[in-house]
Design a protein around this ligand. Structure first.
Ligand code: ADP
Length: 790
């Protein structure tokens, strides 16, 4: 035997990490853990407990409290009480606590890693080298933001009490992603770990105690979905941050609808891993290993769809099979094991079911020749080829070590396939041609795009989804906005509010049939660049504050909204790609045309509001200028992530947006909300206030005489809530901003859960939000990681 042969056939010896320190820690707690509330351990009111199991051998590790509604209430009360002091604690003091947490996690890194591996089944290699160090990094990074909040987020305050619910796939890391930014920004938290993996969160609770964190700033309550639901529904929680499945995310969206709670959701994915024929194939194969076999594929951003260019597909899959043959599945405490255990038998069943479905649907299955360990929750790395794009395994999240491979011919086809999913969490692109890679990166709808790399995470870079993968970002400066609120929107005090009484009087006016005597011309709708009659043929009277009839507008219905959405969708790609300079030019031109008609618009505002309209007209012109100014100045960031890489955080448009305008300042609201959304590259369906729609319908002429592309800016008049509901239910609408009464907030937020569209709810009157907030709401950040090195 030659030396090379010996090297190639040498078997792995066992390299076990000792479980004892973690088992001793559990023993020191007598195998039973209470709830951590107000800085103390307390038994659950129900006295109910559940077991947490080691998935590698099925043995019980410990008993954990099942928190009920009464316990949730206690925890929220403790957080509320602590909020008073914590929110006023100097940033530097909060930074010191976060720093202490990071240090403590590092000092106990070994214990954390072993405990995580025991509770979750993931390999010690990953808990030791990834989960725990990254968790510490998050606390360090956010200690910095606590220090800088006063200067860098001036004018912003914490949100209050935050309820945080996390999944089982990265237990401590998800805790860090949630708790670190929340505390840094001065919030207090009630966190519920997943029922499968509560132990590292409880060890973290001990850290909070040991460093002398003020009681109630962090509360950890264990329990299952019922506990999570109670936290979501608690009336004194100001924000919910959730990571988990899209199904539960949808339930939470519905449960919080209309409550005014701030919400961020990080949900499922079916991320594409795109390999072009000029890619470095050996690196790409290692990339696949990391993309889909990291954490047994139980990763929300797992690269579970391999899209390979046709010419290299066979070669790539052959290399992949050879590599899969060498992967090792087994005891996750063994340091040379690649894949550990699947979290639980139920998850294993789900994987098996979906794999069976893949076979039935005609895809070709390949698994390595070696056998799995005889006992425990294990599943082998699995490759499907000949996968049809619409098949279940290409569309549904499997959350296991199963890769579905498809082929493409051209970059256009790659983009189409990559975007052929309801999700949009991440993507990975492999090509030695940076032009091609960046071109494709900008076209894939995903919150994170890794070029020639995959599954890179860092506290400095935001992470979060597009589309049904959720909304909000965690990490980076962009993640901080989830945990702050503007102190006083300076708004648009330029114009005084009309009297509430007269507005209410007008609200009671019923629609009239078109046949009624025309007082003024009846404004049509503005769809696809043209004035069109409303589908139903009805119109609606508009009254002045003194009760006199001042005009009629078309009464739009579902069909009109659908037509407007279709027009906006058709215009989107073109408008998105229009250069920022040209977008600004279009907005300046709108302002120019509006100013040409200043007298007419001011008079119309006067009729609708009963006040001198000139100030509002001037403010609207200024708002269009502000929007135009931002079009080419709302910049992204380059995050200093700790690899040789530029990580580009780019604000991108959200897509087709519905905007339901407030009652006050009808022209200014239109200019500021719609103008800013347009400047960021969105296309719009705007519904003016039913009380004061005439400035918007007069605006048709401004639009017609400008060079705004047809379909970019559509206006549908009618009943606000009816049209809002149609927009919120529409699967081709990506965001809805709704200014209106509280009942409408609930309507819109609940209906938006269908495709997880972004919503922003505002009061029907009062100051308008500041432009910085509108800019953030009009965009979503994509992080593109571009590693380099010769
Ligand atoms: P996964 O199992 O894919 O991680 P889940 O969404 O089932 O995702 O679980 C994520 C977290 O959400 C867990 O902590 C779980 O207990 C919690 N959870 C489950 N159902 C609900 C619910 N209805 N409301 C709030 N939280 C829930």
């Amino acid at each position: 035997m030659t030396l090379t042969e010996i090297m190639q056939t040498l078997p792995y010896g066992p390299a076990p990490e000792a479980a004892k320190p973690a088992l001793d820690w559990i023993k020191a707690h007598k195998g039973r853990f209470q709830l951590f509330v107000a800085g103390r351990w307390r038994a659950p009111a129900s006295q109910e407990w559940f077991a947490t199991i080691n998935p590698t051998n099925g043995q019980k590790l410990a008993e954990v409290a099942q928190a009920g509604a009464a316990d949730v209430d206690e925890a929220v009360k403790a957080a509320r009480k602590a909020f008073v002091g914590w929110s006023q604690t100097k940033g530097h003091a909060r930074a010191r606590y976060l720093y202490a947490m990071a240090r403590q996690i590092q000092k106990q890194a070994r214990l954390f890693a072993v405990l995580e591996t025991l509770d979750n089944g993931k390999s010690i290699r990953e808990t030791r080298d990834i989960d725990i160090p990254l968790a510490a990094r998050h606390f360090y990074y956010h200690a910095g933001w606590a220090q800088l909040m006063e200067s860098e987020l001036a004018g912003y305050a914490p949100v209050g009490v935050v309820g945080q619910i996390i999944p089982w796939n990265f237990p401590l890391l998800m805790l860090a992603w949630k708790i670190a930014p929340a505390l840094a920004m001065g919030n207090t938290v009630v966190l519920k770990p997943a029922e499968y993996t509560p132990l590292t969160a409880l060890l973290f609770a001990e850290i909070c105690q040991n460093i002398g964190l003020p009681p109630g700033v962090v509360n950890i309550i264990t329990g299952d979905g019922k506990t999570g639901a109670a936290l979501v529904e608690h009336p004194d929680v100001d924000k919910i941050a959730f990571t988990g499945s899209t199904e539960v995310g949808r339930l939470i969206r519905q449960a919080t609808a209309g409550s005014g709670k701030k919400l961020s959701l990080e949900l499922g994915g079916k991320s594409p891993f795109v390999v072009f024929e000029d890619a470095d194939l050996d690196s790409a194969v290692e990339g696949v290993v990391d993309a889909i076999w990291f954490n047994q594929g139980q990763v929300c951003c797992a690269g579970s769809r391999l899209l390979v260019q046709e010419g290299i597909a066979e070669k790539m899959c052959a290399k992949l099979r050879a590599r899969m043959e060498k992967l090792r599945v087994g005891d996750p405490l063994d340091k040379s094991v690649d894949l550990g255990a699947i979290i639980a038998p139920a998850q294993l069943d789900k994987i098996r079911r979906l794999v069976q479905k893949g076979i039935e649907e005609g895809a070709k299955l390949w698994q390595p020749s070696w056998a799995l360990p005889a006992e425990g929750c294990f599943y082998p790395p699995t490759l499907f080829t000949d996968v049809a794009p619409a098949s279940t395994i290409a569309q549904e999240e499997i959350f296991g070590p199963v890769l579905a491979a498809l082929t493409f011919r051209t970059p256009e086809e790659a983009v189409r396939l990559a975007n052929n999913t309801r999700y949009g969490l991440a993507a990975s692109i492999w090509s030695e041609d940076i032009n091609l890679a960046l071109d494709v990166a900008t076209q894939i709808k995903a919150g994170t795009v890794w070029i020639n790399s995959t599954n890179l995470f860092d506290a400095a870079s935001g992470f979060g989804g597009y589309r049904e993968s959720g909304f909000g970002r965690e990490g980076g400066k962009e993640g901080l906005w989830e945990y702050v609120q503007k102190i006083n929107p300076s708004g648009s005090a330029a114009v005084a509010k009309p009297k509430a009484k007269s507005r209410r009087a007008r609200a009671n006016v019923a629609p009239t049939a078109l046949a009624l005597p025309a007082i003024d011309r009846t404004a049509k709708l503005f769809i696809g660049g043209k004035q069109v009659r409303p589908d139903g043929g009805y119109s609606k009277a508009v009254y002045a504050p003194n009760g006199s009839l001042i005009g009629e507008v078309g009464l739009g219905n579902r069909k009109d909204i659908r037509n407007a959405v279709e027009a906006a969708r058709g215009a989107f790609e073109g408008w998105r790609k229009t250069t920022a300079h040209n977008k600004a030019q279009v907005l300046y031109f709108l302002a120019e045309n509006l100013s040409q008609r200043a007298e007419e618009f001011a008079r119309r505002l006067g009729e609708q509001t009963g006040q001198d309209g000139r100030a509002e007209l001037e403010a609207a012109l200024e708002a269009l200028f502000t929007a135009a100014a931002w079009a080419d100045k709302y910049e992204g960031l380059v995050h200093p992530t700790p690899i040789r890489s530029v990580t580009l955080a780019i604000p991108e448009p959200i897509g087709v947006m519905g905007i339901l305008c407030p009652d006050d300042q009808p022209l200014l609201a239109l200019a500021r909300l719609a103008g800013t959304a347009l400047a960021m590259g969105n296309t719009l369906v705007v519904v003016p206030s039913p009380l004061a729609p005439l400035s918007a319908t007069d605006f048709y002429q401004v639009l017609e005489t400008s060079d705004i592309p047809a379909g970019t800016f559509n206006i549908v008049t009618g009943e606000r809530d009816e049209l809002a509901l149609t927009l919120a239910e529409h699967d081709d609408v990506d965001a809805v901003w709704y200014a209106g009464p509280r009942a409408g907030w609930a309507l819109v937020e609940k209906a938006s859960a269908g495709n997880m569209k972004r919503t922003w709810t505002l009061p029907p009157s009062g100051p308008l939000p500041d432009t910085d907030e509108i800019l953030r709401q009009a965009t979503q950040v994509k992080n593109i990681w571009v590693p380099y090195g010769a």
